[in-house]
Design a protein around this ligand. Structure first.
Ligand SMILES: [Zn+2]
Length: 230
C-alpha cells in the first residue's frame, strides 16, 4: 500500500518520461538515492517543474509504493547561484553529482553521503577552491559508501617507499610488491592523505600544488573505473 512520506533532498538527475512526466532522482538522508515519478512535471502550468532542476535543494512529499515512488509536491528549499554562475564550480559540482549517482544505493538511508554532497556544494557556493573540495568530496563519498581507497602505505606490505597507484588492488602499492608505472612523490601522497582525512572545510584550506591535484583526480578516476565496474 502507498505511504505518504516527506524528505529533503538534492536533485541529482531529471529525465523526461512518457508525454509530460519526469523521473527525478534525489539524494536524501533517510532514503539514500530516491527516484521519483513526477506526473505532469513538464507541463508549463506546473510550478513544481522548475524546482526540480539538478543541484537544487528541495522538500518533497511523495507516495512510497511498490515500483517508482510518486511525487505529490515539491518546494524549492535552496539553490546554489554562485555555483551555477561559474563554469569551474558548476563543472566540479556536476561531476560530484555523477559520483553520488554511481555510489549511493537506492532506498537505503545514507545520511553521510547526503551531508557530504550538501557540504561540498555549500563550500563551493562560499567560494572555496573547486578542484580541492571536489577531490576531498570524492574521497569522502567513496569512504561513506564502502569503497575507501587504501592509503596507509602499500596495500600488501604496509611500506612507505616507492609507492605507485593500483586501482586493481584498491590503492597504494609499492614497487617491491609489484607496483607498476609512475612512483608517486611523497608530497602527492601527503596531499592525497590530507584530502581523505580532513573534513571538507579543512580540506579546502590544505596547501596543495595544482599539478598534484590534477594527478590525484586522474588516480581517483581510474580507481572508480576499476573498482565500481565490478
Ligand atoms: Zn609493498
Amino acid at each position: 500500500m502507498a505511504r505518504l512520506s516527506r524528505a529533503r533532498g538534492i536533485v541529482l538527475r531529471t529525465q523526461d518520461h512518457a508525454e509530460t512526466d519526469r523521473i527525478v532522482v534525489l539524494l536524501t538522508p533517510n532514503f539514500g538515492r530516491l527516484d521519483l515519478l513526477a506526473k505532469g512535471a513538464r507541463r508549463l502550468d506546473r510550478p513544481s517543474g522548475a524546482a526540480l532542476d539538478v543541484l537544487n535543494l528541495v522538500d518533497v512529499i511523495f507516495y512510497l509504493r511498490s515500483g517508482l515512488a510518486l511525487l505529490r509536491a515539491a518546494d524549492l528549499a535552496g539553490t546554489f547561484p554562485n555555483v551555477r554562475g561559474d563554469l569551474d564550480r558548476l563543472g566540479c559540482a556536476l561531476a560530484g553529482v555523477r559520483w553520488a549517482l554511481r555510489l549511493v544505493p537506492r532506498d537505503a538511508a545514507d545520511p553521510d553521503s547526503y551531508k557530504l554532497l550538501l557540504g561540498f556544494l555549500s563550500a563551493l557556493e562560499r567560494g572555496g577552491p573547486p578542484k580541492q573540495l571536489y577531490l576531498a568530496y570524492i574521497l569522502g563519498i567513496l569512504s561513506a559508501t564502502g569503497h575507501r581507497p587504501h592509503l596507509d602505505g602499500c596495500v600488501r606490505c604496509g611500506g612507505e617507499s616507492d609507492l605507485t597507484w593500483s586501482p586493481e588492488l584498491g590503492g597504494l602499492l609499492c614497487m617491491g610488491c609489484g607496483g607498476e608505472g609512475e612512483v608517486l612523490t611523497p608530497r602527492l601522497v601527503h596531499t592525497l592523505r590530507g584530502l581523505a582525512r580532513l573534513p571538507l572545510s579543512a580540506a579546502g584550506k590544505l596547501r596543495a600544488e595544482e599539478g598534484d591535484l590534477r594527478a590525484i583526480e586522474g588516480l581517483l578516476q581510474r580507481f572508480g573505473e576499476v573498482q565500481l565496474s565490478r
